[in-house]
Design a protein around this ligand. Structure first.
Ligand SMILES: Cc1cc2nc3c(=O)[nH]c(=O)nc-3n(C[C@H](O)[C@H](O)[C@H](O)COP(=O)(O)O)c2cc1C
Length: 451
């Protein structure tokens, strides 16, 4: 592994030289036209290859309805020209919420979430005309170990001392029972039916970053039907995909999942990890599962790695470490190359299953060139951008209309968005969206000092 370094490259050539010196496979294509091509997802079509990645803003109201800043974020995504808008992690019951400010789809918030969707689509039609309609997916989540709303208890699949310590899970908390997990499945099915009713193009079953569904994939030590062997550990996701397909009356409704391809933890605690060489990915189980899910009717796979609570360098290569976090043991470009390579492995194994990958944000203004290269070499279908969506929501529109990215607007991977969220605040881009988030950062810091 090469030593950690922050982004200092002012030309594509300098960046290419660094990549070459590290012996990594990251390509760039300065012809961005492939990103303007529509892509089929199931029976629906996304107008271009730009995807937002789900990004929780922690700015919903206590009942789970979207708040003012939630509306602002999605209007900006709509107007920004994204072809696929992946709405942030949304809870399916109070007990599974990651915070009291997380969106929650339930009968009493259905209307408000439907108006968020309408506002997003209306904002998209304004600059691009009535025929421009981004695909909109709602990510469904049970936060599992990371349930943090008032009155919630961490939902463990197995005890994992390393993660439990970091998440401050009390000693007395026992893993969930099979019946508890089945109840979560029931709530996810209900939420998917509701999401279809209010007009989403599809749902995403969140199975990444070690939230509940992702945690189950590595529950080797869990007895019972949701753990142990491959069949047990993948049961939650397989059954849920099948049940949602069966429960939603509309056959063109999209059922998708965001799945970790590599957790980065040693056996028996990691998914997609080589049993004898823990930091090394082993794609045999993830590939097997993706094949099964495709057979069950999965329409899109969004990929990721790691967990923001332990190895965030795997999730989002960054320039600035959040104080108190573990130092990244690798160069951010190694993280970028891994994200591209693993997604490419899945895409090549299942060429008919669209994928959305990540890793583009750290490359700043050059990220779109990597996106164009990966789409052109069929290593991904959609280039997914997370923090970029906060910092520079109009990036796709600039590429599609002007053929260029404004280097002044790109995310600088300063980690403030994650830091404030981790401390319980609402989040957005504190570095570039200063008009709104500048005063909020000051207030947040002042209130932390007081406590
Ligand atoms: C503030 C914040 C909120 C996030 N919320 C979610 C989420 O709701 N669901 C999800 O799957 N990933 C979430 N992520 C991870 C992002 O979707 C994405 O994988 C990560 O930021 C890396 O992509 P990027 O390098 O383009 O930012 C979040 C990340 C951040 C920084």
């Amino acid at each position: 592994m090469a030593q950690y370094e922050s982004f200092t490259f002012s030309t594509l050539d300098e960046l290419r030289q660094k990549i070459e010196s590290l012996g990594l496979d990251i390509s760039f294509n300065e012809d961005l036209s492939v990103l303007a091509a529509p892509a089929a997802v199931g029976e629906r079509t996304a107008p271009n290859r730009f995807s937002t990645l789900p990004m929780e803003g922690r700015d919903a109201l206590p009942d789970g309805s979207p708040g003012e800043l939630t509306f602002r974020r999605y209007r900006r995504y709509g107007a920004g020209g994204w072809g696929l808008i992946q709405f942030e992690a949304c809870a399916v019951w109070q007990g599974g919420r990651s915070s009291d400010r997380q969106m929650w789809l339930q009968p009493s918030t259905e209307k408000a979430i439907a108006s968020l969707l309408d506002a997003t689509r209306a904002a998209a039609r304004e600059p691009f005309g009535p025929s421009h309609s981004p695909l909109c997916l709602l990510q469904l989540q049970d936060a599992g170990r990371y349930r943090h709303a008032t009155g919630t208890t961490p939902g463990l699949t197995v005890r994992y001392p390393l993660l439990d310590r970091r998440a401050k899970v009390p000693e007395h908390v026992e893993p969930l029972s099979d019946a508890d997990i089945e109840a979560v499945q029931d709530r996810m099915v209900e939420a998917a039916v509701r999401a279809e009713k209010i007009g989403f193009d599809g749902i995403d079953i969140k199975s990444c970053h070690r939230y509940l569904a992702s945690d189950l994939l590595s529950a080797h030590l869990r007895p019972g039907k949701f753990g142990g062997d491959f069949d047990g550990r993948t049961r939650f996701l397989r059954e849920l995909t099948e049940r949602i397909r069966g429960a939603v009356p509309n056959p063109s409704f999209l059922v998708t999942s965001r799945m970790n391809l590599f957790d980065g933890f040693p056996y028996p605690y990691g998914w997609g990890c080589d049993r004898s060489d823990p930091p090394v990915p082993d794609m045999s189980e993830p590939l097997r599962l993706v094949g099964i899910l495709e057979g069950l009717g999965l329409n899109l796979l969004t990929t990721s790695t790691g967990t923001p609570y332990y190895n965030p360098w795997l999730v989002r290569p960054f320039d600035r470490l959040i104080p108190g976090n573990i130092e990244a043991p690798e160069h951010p470009l190694e993280g970028v190359a891994r994200l591209f390579a693993l997604t490419g492995t899945v895409q090549r194994a299942y060429p008919d299953l669209p994928t959305a990958g990540s890793g583009y944000t750290w490359l700043r203004q050059f990220g779109v060139f990597a996106a164009a290269a990966n789409v052109a070499r069929k290593a991904v279908t959609f280039a997914g951008f997370g923090r970029t969506g906060f910092a520079y929501p109009e990036l796709p529109r600039d590429v599609l209309e002007k053929g260029a990215v404004d280097a002044k607007k790109v995310c600088v991977s300063c980690s403030l968005c994650s830091e404030v969220m981790g401390q319980g605040g609402s989040t957005g881009c504190y570095a570039k969206d200063r008009e709104v988030y500048g005063p909020m950062l000051k207030e947040h810091r002042a209130s932390r000092k007081e406590h």
